[in-house]
Write a protein that binds this ligand. Structure first.
Ligand SMILES: [Zn+2]
Ligand SMILES: [Zn+2]
Length: 443
């Protein structure tokens, strides 16, 4: 069974069922499935089936909406994870399903595993805590002093720089405190003189563990309650005539040069509000090598900077995953919403996973807005409305030219089907009558 058939089977007779987004069932797991399994599966399947660890049996069992009808009756079906994944993604191979099963077990293990808190003043540990392999995200709630690690602009590897920007903290004045789950980074916090920076974490559990350590055990003051890091020393690391430096979350976001090191100060002329890993006073465009003012500088996921004109030449925004991607891999995808037919520009990976090519239109259409005809051709819902009919005898989709009305007024049916069936004949008015039922009447 393929993707389309799975959707049709789930929806049942009513082709128009498009489920509302729902957050009732373990939104975290579903978000993680989309994040981690994106290419494999589809957010739509997760929307339809709403998988969640069983409320009664725990994560060893997964509960799903088996189909639209069960959902309308509020009946959740509980089954082993492997079986649930096979129901949701029946087109995957055994190997792919086994991989999803392993991923799920690992995720549940991570959620259950102990969080280990570590701390250090060394450069290599600042780099590890900032750019080391990250534990899966579990969408923590933001607060004044607690932030989602996924939004940290300093979490990248910054491989094009001679040192990670966070290594600048390793002057001896700062401590890095970080959380690990099974050896992966789950959160971090930089502290100077018992004054904490914001705490970043992948989950509420990790943020709770870090908060307890930073505030209760180390006695540090929270980021929104102290007067900043003025007077703290930073390492001075030169690069291309400029200096490496992190984006500073704490005021003041400036420093002065003291020869062998930098000192954070309100009247310093070096700006610590860049996200490209260098200190203010501009950056260099990775594409055209021109010097750019900091206001006009955009940074990609590798930490490379671009001038405005190179950026708009090279990148384009994907309206599906909300990320900038290469412009030459941006594609128009059509869909139907309450305003009628619309189109958006999507990145290649979103288009490949969530849209299909409709030959008749010569366009890509969002999967939710396509259906399949009797011979397996994918068509858009617009094309369906304009040119196709669902045969009332076979429930399959045929071109309007290939159907004819039934004499009994029950609808239109496939001429090809009625011919090969042998039970039908065309009358003078061009409608088709059932020979079998006539014979039955005569008899
Ligand atoms: Zn440029
Ligand atoms: Zn995308």
């Amino acid at each position: 069974m393929d993707y389309k058939q799975t959707i049709q089977k789930w929806r049942g007779d009513d082709l128009n069922v498009i489920p509302e987004p729902e957050t009732k069932y373990h939104h975290t797991l579903q978000q993680q499935m989309v994040d981690q399994l994106g290419g494999f599966t589809s957010p739509l399947m997760i929307k339809l089936f709403q998988p969640a660890p069983s409320e009664e049996k725990g994560p060893n069992m997964i509960a799903i909406w088996e189909n639209a009808e069960k959902r309308s009756r509020d009946l959740r079906l509980r089954m082993r994870p492997g079986k649930a994944f096979k129901k949701m993604f029946p087109w995957l191979t055994q190997v792919e399903l086994a991989q999803i099963g392993d991923w799920y077990r690992e995720l549940m293990l991570l959620n259950d595993s102990e969080i280990v808190i570590k701390s250090s003043c060394e450069a290599k540990d600042f780099k590890l805590a900032y750019a080391g392999e990250q534990a899966p995200m579990a969408n923590p709630r933001d607060a004044e002093d607690r932030k989602n690690l996924g939004y940290s602009c300093m979490r990248y590897s910054f491989d094009d720089l001679p040192a990670h920007p966070a290594e600048v903290y390793a002057s001896g004045d700062f401590t890095i405190v970080w959380a690990e789950i099974l050896g992966k980074i789950a959160g971090r916090c930089v502290i100077y003189d018992k004054k904490a920076g914001p705490i970043y974490g992948v989950s509420d559990t990790a943020l709770d563990a870090l908060s307890t350590h930073v505030y209760d055990k180390l006695g540090a003051i929270s980021f929104d309650e102290h007067d900043g890091w003025e007077g703290a020393r930073l390492r001075k690391i030169e690069y291309h005539g400029g200096l490496i430096g992190p984006y500073l979350d704490v005021e003041p976001q400036s420093a002065s040069d003291h020869g062998s090191h930098l000192v954070i100060s309100y009247d310093g002329n070096l700006e610590l509000d860049e996200i490209d890993g260098t200190l203010g006073g501009g950056c260099t465009c990775h594409e055209c090598n021109s010097s750019i003012d900091e206001e006009e500088c955009s940074t990609d996921h590798n930490g490379y900077s671009y001038c405005e004109s190179c950026w708009s030449d090279l990148f384009s925004y994907c309206e599906s995953c909300d990320q900038d991607g290469p412009r030459d891999e941006s594609h128009e995808v059509f869909m139907v919403d309450r305003h009628g037919t619309q189109s958006q520009y999507w990145c290649e990976s979103c288009r490949n996973s969530d849209a299909s090519y409709c030959e008749n239109d010569g366009e890509y259409w969002r999967d939710e807005d396509t259906c399949q005809t009797h011979d397996g051709t994918t068509i858009s819902v617009k094309d369906y409305e304009d040119n196709y009919t669902t045969c009332c005898l076979t429930d399959e989709i045929y071109h309007n030219d290939d159907v004819a009305p039934l004499a009994n007024g029950e609808g239109d049916a496939s001429v090809e089907h009625m011919r090969s069936d042998g039970e039908w004949k065309e009358n003078e008015a061009g409608a088709w009558e059932n020979v079998q039922s006539e014979l039955a009447l005569v008899a």
